[in-house]
Design a protein around this ligand. Structure first.
Ligand SMILES: *[C@@H]1O[C@H](CO)[C@@H](O)[C@H](O)[C@H]1NC(C)=O
Ligand SMILES: *[C@@H]1O[C@H](CO)[C@@H](O)[C@H](O)[C@H]1NC(C)=O
Length: 377
């Protein structure tokens, strides 16, 4: 085990986390006592033709993975180009290690990872499970189900006792059903917080649904504080900040055992519906995109709410690792299903991500933190 970890090009000595320099020194002290020479989130996408055929993705063949949601299975739904699978994320100051499923499973033997958040969490969960499935081979014993011990969709790799679960919640906050209807309670963490707290690894996100209107949005009323009035709506940016702050307070409330549980916040997943953001105002959406942006900055800059995520995270006293994947994902306007999913009716999906695809890079970053960062491991 030691040897296989060492063989990753000494990432232990490289991995590190300039980005967090912008966080409060308090957080810095708690989390990042590792050498700070490389920011994994700062870099660019480079084309990589290292596997033999240009039709074979760098990571796994999506047709061989049994876990991919039809919304994400772009190849199966006829996406003709494969170039988007042939880019590798290259941090500026070091290399991102290749995801090694066997190392991951050994290191996490007996453990449960729970990914909590909106449907992009399914993208993340399915990427991890496809990568692990490709590593263990088709004959390994795998159990899947819904509503397991974490009230979630789960996949268990039996030989290793490793479970990867997804708990779907749009807001992280609690929605209660009352006589007047569904009330989104910004001051309460989702009831299942009491269940998640026992996981070994927790990965959180929230984002997309804070801007949805009408019946689809998932609640009828909103409330911030038990003694405050229940109202029909409020400023959504403020609501997002309040709910994220509630989550942050929950993280710091003492319910989590940080000796056992590693906590990540993954923020903020960009969509690609506004092509003027990336300098193509003549387009309607992401549908015709087949290549990433070059370079390491997104012309429109980060989404405004990312700064809220950064502010709230910097107020947390407990060790939470921020997975700052926003910019690297913004650069991948070519990574979405577009028309190539089962969403139907000509719907162009520029929110979710194809699998195989960009979520596999998020998985490699999680792999780096869980297996190679001695402070996390
Ligand atoms: C996250 O990454 C972006 C782009 O590299 C950067 O501007 C921002 O400062 C980073 N956030 C933190 C907290 O390091
Ligand atoms: C990789 O292959 C593609 C398609 O054949 C080609 O366009 C690209 O230039 C190649 N990249 C490198 C770095 O060789």
């Amino acid at each position: 085990m030691r040897n296989s970890l060492r063989s990753h090009g000494g990432l232990v000595s490289h991995l590190s986390i300039l980005i967090i320099a912008t966080f409060s020194t308090h957080l810095l002290r708690q989390v990042f006592a590792i050498p700070r020479t490389c920011n994994l989130f700062q870099g660019s996408w480079v084309s990589d033709n290292s596997s033999k055929s240009n039709n074979i993705p760098l990571v796994y063949d999506s047709s061989q993975c049994p876990f991919i949601n039809p919304l994400f299975d772009c190849a199966k739904h006829g996406r003709p180009d494969r170039g988007y699978l042939r880019y590798r994320w290259q941090p500026s100051a070091c290399n991102l290690p290749k995801f090694d499923g066997k190392v991951f499973l050994e290191k996490l033997r007996g453990k449960t990872i729970v990914i909590v958040g909106d449907s992009i969490s399914f993208n993340q969960q399915e990427s991890l499970t496809c990568l692990l499935h490709a590593a263990v081979g088709p004959n390994s014993k795998i159990t899947t189900g819904t509503m397991g011990p974490y009230n979630s969709n789960y996949v268990t790799f039996q030989e290793y006792g490793v479970t990867i679960a997804e708990f779907y919640t749009r807001f992280l906050a609690q929605i209660t059903t009352e006589k007047i209807g569904r009330v989104l309670k910004l001051h309460l963490i989702n009831d299942y917080g009491n269940v998640w707290k026992d996981a070994d690894v927790l990965i959180f996100n929230t984002g997309f649904w804070w801007d949805v209107n009408g019946n689809q949005k998932g609640w009828d009323f909103i409330q911030d504080g038990e003694n405050n009035p229940i109202v029909r709506d409020m400023d959504r940016t403020l609501a997002f900040r309040k709910a994220l702050t509630t989550w942050a307070k929950w993280v710091d409330s003492g319910v989590l055992n940080f000796a056992k549980t590693k906590v990540f916040y993954q923020g903020f997943y960009p969509d690609h519906y506004r092509p003027s953001e990336w300098g193509r105002p003549e387009l309607k959406d992401c549908a015709k995109e087949t290549e990433p942006m070059s370079g390491s900055t997104y012309p429109a800059g980060p989404p405004p709410r990312l700064s809220i995520v950064e502010q709230v995270l910097s107020s947390i006293k407990s060790p939470v690792q921020f997975l700052n994947v926003t910019t690297l994902s913004q650069l991948r306007k070519d990574g979405h299903p577009g028309r190539y999913s089962d969403a139907g009716n000509g719907f162009v999906d520029c929110t979710h991500w194809c699998l195989a695809g960009i979520p596999d890079t998020w998985s490699s970053i999680i792999f780096a933190y869980l297996t190679l960062d001695e402070n996390m491991a």
